[in-house]
Design a protein around this ligand. Structure first.
Ligand SMILES: [Zn+2]
Length: 68
């Protein structure tokens, strides 16, 4: 009986950590930086001053984590 109790307790802990890991890390690879966390974007954009959209460094979508 005691072994069953410990087994269920261990299972609950494993499930708890699995759910917590998914929430903090994310499961899908970021589509904007392709999982690298860094972006190097440069394309014509008439809405911004200078006419060019330029963004280099940390990905704003996943904030450098590479996953969302
Ligand atoms: Zn990203």
């Amino acid at each position: 009986m005691e072994l069953t109790l410990f087994f269920l307790l261990g299972l609950a802990v494993v499930i708890f950590f699995l759910f917590r890991g998914q929430r903090s890390g994310g499961v899908n690879r970021c589509t904007r930086c392709d999982g690298t966390g860094q972006v190097n974007e440069r394309w014509p954009d008439p809405k911004v001053p200078g006419g060019w959209h330029i963004l280099e460094g940390t990905c704003p979508k996943c904030k450098g984590k590479g996953r969302v």
